[in-house]
Design a binder for this molecule. Structure first.
Ligand code: FE2
Ligand code: FE2
Length: 346
């Protein structure tokens, strides 16, 4: 652990070094003398006579420079109430009465950091498991093997968990950083649809149902040639026609499978339908399109707009939301307005 030792008294430095080193590396910062080598981790220990006004004034810019270090221990003599208040006002996270007391505090901080690292690694493993299930589902279908509904359920529940705990933005950033093409798109749509369902207060069962429909909505694309699917730029009319078959292909793939509910089939087949009847494949209108499908369609369009592609920058979320707002008549206006929180939030 790096210990940044800020002091107005350079003579204290050898004793502090003797106390902490070699277990911890001491980086000295003497008021008036300056300091170097600031990084974003470690512990800050401030041993400055806060009763001296010039010292406190000199300390502020130093603390600003060291602002990235989250833990700040201030050495304040016992019973010096005014100094304790001042230390907290300057950003202390803990007060100790002697430099020696920093040792157990640092041990505690190290423990907390190790626990946080383990939690982050576990979360990454969970993410990998969900993504792996997703990948296996897609590649099975592409290779003509049967789709395993358990893979879709596993992927969906991992995404529900991740978005529920970490928020949508973290999910979007991770997916766009690590995944490409249709695969990226489906992970994004699922995360967005789940965030939407959570935001409007769906029950757990309904969140999972919509999540499953989103996970599987473009599964029919696994049967479309990659040369069309991943083609950069515009598709010609024949290619367009082929790609527009994916909702029906997906529906036919899933029909009759155990674990696939009518709502999931509805989402897979109808996520490109518009309220004004201009969508495909069935040209449904208004009331023929269920609420869940309306929500899925909004999530799908938004995901497509903010996707990261090798040949274009992802569209910023506010701009993508503006486009949805301009689709009045095709999408349900009140639902698009309800989507605002998800589109622009964290
Ligand atoms: Fe689609
Ligand atoms: Fe899609």
């Amino acid at each position: 652990m790096l210990v940044y030792f800020v002091t107005d008294e350079p003579s204290k430095l050898p004793a502090v070094r003797a106390m902490f080193e070699p277990q911890h590396a001491v980086v000295p910062w003497v008021l008036d003398g300056g300091g170097t080598g600031v990084r974003a981790h470690g512990v800050l220990m401030v041993d400055v006579d806060l009763r001296q006004l010039p010292c406190a004034d000199k300390l502020r810019p130093v603390l600003n420079e060291l602002a990235a270090i989250p833990e700040r221990l201030f050495v304040v003599p016992p019973h010096a109430r005014a100094m304790i208040a001042q230390a907290y006002a300057l950003g202390a996270t803990a007060i100790i009465s002697r430099a020696k007391e920093a040792m157990p505090k640092i041990a505690q901080i190290e423990c907390a950091e190790a626990a946080a690292e383990t939690a982050a690694a576990d979360a990454a493993l969970d993410m990998d498991a969900g993504v792996a299930a997703f990948a296996s589902m897609f590649s099975n279908v592409r290779l003509g093997r049967p789709l395993k509904v358990a893979d879709a359920q596993r992927a969906t529940s991992q995404i529900v968990q991740r978005v529920g705990q970490g928020g949508l933005s973290t999910w979007l950033d991770e997916v766009r950083r690590y995944h490409e093409g249709t695969f990226q798109h489906c992970l994004l749509v699922t995360g967005i649809a789940v965030a939407f369902a959570l935001d409007v207060g769906f029950s757990g069962t309904d969140v999972s149902r919509l999540g499953m429909a989103a996970t599987l909505h473009d599964i029919g694309k696994a049967r479309i040639p990659l040369s069309i699917l991943d083609k950069p730029g515009r598709l010609d009319p024949d290619e367009e026609e082929i790609i527009r078959r994916h909702p029906v292909i997906g529906h036919d793939l899933l029909k009759g499978m155990s674990g696939i509910t009518p709502e999931i089939l509805d989402g897979v087949r109808h996520h490109h339908e518009y309220l004004d009847g201009s969508g495909y494949p069935d040209g449904l209108k208004g009331g023929q399109i269920s609420d869940m499908v309306r929500l899925l369609t909004i999530s799908d369009i938004f995901a497509a707009l903010i996707e990261a592609r090798s040949y274009r920058e992802p569209m910023p979320r506010p701009e993508a939301y503006e486009i949805l707002c301009g689709m009045e008549g095709k999408l349900e206006g009140p639902l698009v307005r309800a989507f605002r929180n998800v589109a622009l939030g964290s």
